[in-house]
Design a protein around this ligand. Structure first.
Ligand code: AMP
Ligand code: MG
Length: 349
């Protein structure tokens, strides 16, 4: 299949191209597009064959459900059985935006889209290209991240092309994404709302709208002995090809430890890499040292992390050490992804 690559920024929506992309989805094809979180791989959420195509293009296990993207508030009622008061409040506060809600699905949503579950994940993105595309595609677009399963989600179109060229009909390049980590997922089907995946919308922000919000205990640990409630979170994820270890502790000792480790790997002819910050990166001696940005700018770290993980692949780095980051605010989402990318390998020094 030939993949058509088009460029579009949210200031200048090309309505003819958007309609062409919408028609591809309506006819059962797939289009990758920018959102504020990461690039999505979109198909018709109400067409079971489209969802099967998404799983195939991503190489994703089909028990890992897709998020249904909508552009209008009224469309929530069509895909969800009853919209609880909690969902209405959260939608009013955070939609359009990087929040996904898990609710009981209506009959029009096929089980192929929900991975066999009676619940459905729904989000209304804020990115203009995404919203115009959803409208042009008929209103309901199933869209996981546009990466091959297991790899870091694409935050620039170059990495969508790397993973999806020849597998889908169209890629819309909208430049760099704004947030850089996937949406917060909150499950509203139980008595208490529970965060299944941390993101830009934090527990504190949700608790300003709903009083108590819980957290899935598997979010930051892998030793709970329980399966994560978001089926996708059980798979190794976001991983670079190299072997990634997180080093936590006092900064001076972290730097010393990483330098000792990378030196010994280098003597064994392994290509080594380090993920540090603007404050520390010049102090490392590995082959490839990268900064996620200013250590106090969590939004910048979130935006940069996946691109850096991909760059280590581009440069064939085999052994990677990462500093550990503060878990306040969006820091929790950053560490959640980094821990998964490292298969929870953490050294405390
Ligand atoms: P992605 O689309 O790549 O951002 O991944 C979607 C995430 O949402 C995966 O971790 C899924 O397991 C999770 N998810 C989607 N639908 C549901 C659902 N009905 N219940 C729980 N988790 C879900
Ligand atoms: Mg994903």
């Amino acid at each position: 299949m030939e993949t058509k690559l088009v460029r579009m920024d949210d200031e200048h929506i090309d309505t003819v191209l958007i309609q062409e992309a919408g028609n591809i989805i309506k006819e059962g094809g797939l289009v990758a597009f920018p959102t504020e979180t990461v690039y999505g791989l979109g198909g018709d959420a109400l067409n079971p064959r489209s969802s099967e195509k998404i799983y195939r293009a991503k190489g994703r296990p089909s028990d890992n459900p897709l998020i249904v993207h909508i552009a209008e508030m009224a469309d929530l009622d069509a895909v969800v059985r009853d919209v609880p008061e909690s969902a209405k409040k959260l939608a009013e506060a955070f939609w359009p935006g990087p929040l996904t809600m898990i609710l009981y699905k209506s009959d029009i949503v096929p089980y192929e889209t929900t991975g066999g579950l009676d619940t459905v994940a729904v989000r209304m993105p804020v990115h203009r290209v995404a919203r115009e595309l959803i409208r042009a595609a008929g209103g309901y677009v199933a869209a996981p991240s546009a990466n091959r399963s297991g790899r870091p989600s694409p935050t620039v179109a170059k990495y969508v092309t790397e993973d999806m060229d020849g597998r889908i009909e169209m890629i819309i390049d909208g430049g760099d994404v704004e947030i850089g980590l996937e949406s917060t997922i909150v499950d509203l089907t139980a008595e208490e709302p529970v965060i299944l995946r941390p993101g830009y919308i934090t527990k504190q922000m949700l608790e300003q709208i709903l009083h108590e919000v819980g957290e899935d205990c598997t979010m930051m640990r892998d030793d709970s002995g329980q399966a994560p409630k978001a089926p996708g979170m059980k798979y190794r994820h976001y991983a670079p090809k190299g072997d990634l270890t997180i080093v936590a502790g006092d900064t001076k000792r972290v730097i010393e430890y990483i330098n000792t480790q990378t030196l010994s790997y280098r003597t064994n002819n392994k290509k080594t890499g380090v993920i540090g910050t603007d404050a520390s990166v010049s102090l490392y001696h590995a082959d490839v040292c990268k900064s996620v940005g200013n250590p106090d700018d969590e939004n910048m770290i979130a935006r940069t992390l996946y691109r850096i993980l991909r760059e280590f692949d581009d440069e064939h780095v085999e052994i990677i050490y990462a500093e550990s980051f503060d878990t306040s605010g969006i820091g929790q989402a950053i560490m959640n992804r980094l821990l998964k990318a490292a298969g929870h390998k953490v050294v405390h020094v």
